[in-house]
Write a protein that binds this ligand. Sequence first.
Ligand SMILES: Cc1cc2nc3c(=O)[nH]c(=O)nc-3n(C[C@H](O)[C@H](O)[C@H](O)COP(=O)(O)OP(=O)(O)OC[C@H]3O[C@@H](n4cnc5c(N)ncnc54)[C@H](O)[C@@H]3O)c2cc1C
Length: 324
Amino acid sequence: MSNVLVVLEFADGKLKSSCLPGITCAKQIADTNGGELHFLVLAAEPSPLAQAVAGAGLGATTVHTMASPAFEPFTAEAWADGIVAAVHATNASVVGGTASSSLRDALPRAAALLDAALTSEVTAVGAEAVLTRPISAGRALLEQASSGDVAFFTARGSEFPPTEGGGAAATVSELETAEVSTRGVSVVDIQKTKSTRPALSEADVVVSGGRGMREGDNFKVLEELTDLLGGALGASRAATDAGMVPPDLQVGQTGKIVAPNLYIAVAISGAIQHLAGMKGSKTIVAVNKDEEAPIFQVADYGLVGKWEEELPKILELVKAAKAG
Ligand SMILES: Cc1cc2nc3c(=O)[nH]c(=O)nc-3n(C[C@H](O)[C@H](O)[C@H](O)COP(=O)(O)OP(=O)(O)OC[C@H]3O[C@@H](n4cnc5c(N)ncnc54)[C@H](O)[C@@H]3O)c2cc1C
């Protein structure tokens, strides 16, 4: 039996919705290899979290828990130890989850500890669990099959629909706590971005600014558009590296992968590494003063002009449309 184990993440006692596409990917893998779907909850006190997930009927037969104070706050080192111990205890042959920043950090470490292969940013599951992933910043797709006793994956959240609950309840099983080490890593402080806007990777609309915005203050006009459209603010790496906006707003290969219904790129050239994070968006609108900017090659609607002149006009049009 080739069981698939999904590592879950929680915030404020609730399952993060970002886990749901990873569960869908895992289900597809389990369906192709005839295995069962299992979940893993790593926390200081995992039982209440696991009970809630088990009751939600998300398709797993078993929700495994492992308790250790070292699992909170998150460190990739401690979670990797927990995942390795869970793999041994459950005999899972495939292990993964959504490619969140935490699991992108912890799962490769666990795979390395087990000398196992990891397929990252999976976008599709084929017959016999052959996994597709983008390579070369999305220029090509690679189909990858893993050999060995256990294989790891991270699933690109924008490529799989969120799993819906309402199925049969799962059973909860407590795993023995493994020897867990943070290997000298300690979390000194956690600074959470407080925002009333939706999370970047879950928003329906994303408005992003690039280096051409020149300074952080100029992002106010993008924030106004973002709020009018009920979306999330994003940025290119050039803008975050320059300190115009916080680094967690970075969209792209080394930032967040987004696939909203509407992506508005303002003063962003469209480097391949930026496109890797947003080209799955349903509709792409670009505003750039350079008509040769590569972003226009992926844009559904392009506006050649300076943002200083075009954004006020767009804001007026959106306000007028909203007013009726
Ligand atoms: C390994 C690696 C990983 C990377 N990961 C990422 C990533 O995750 N995300 C990412 O974004 N980048 C990433 N990069 C960087 C990437 O290669 C580009 O350097 C970056 O995306 C450029 O950002 P930009 O488009 O804002 O800036 P630029 O390329 O400098 O473009 C600025 C644009 O603004 C336009 N502009 C200027 N003034 C105005 C104006 N007044 N009105 C309208 N338009 C104007 C210009 O015409 C230009 O097209 C990565 C690079 C490497 C090597």
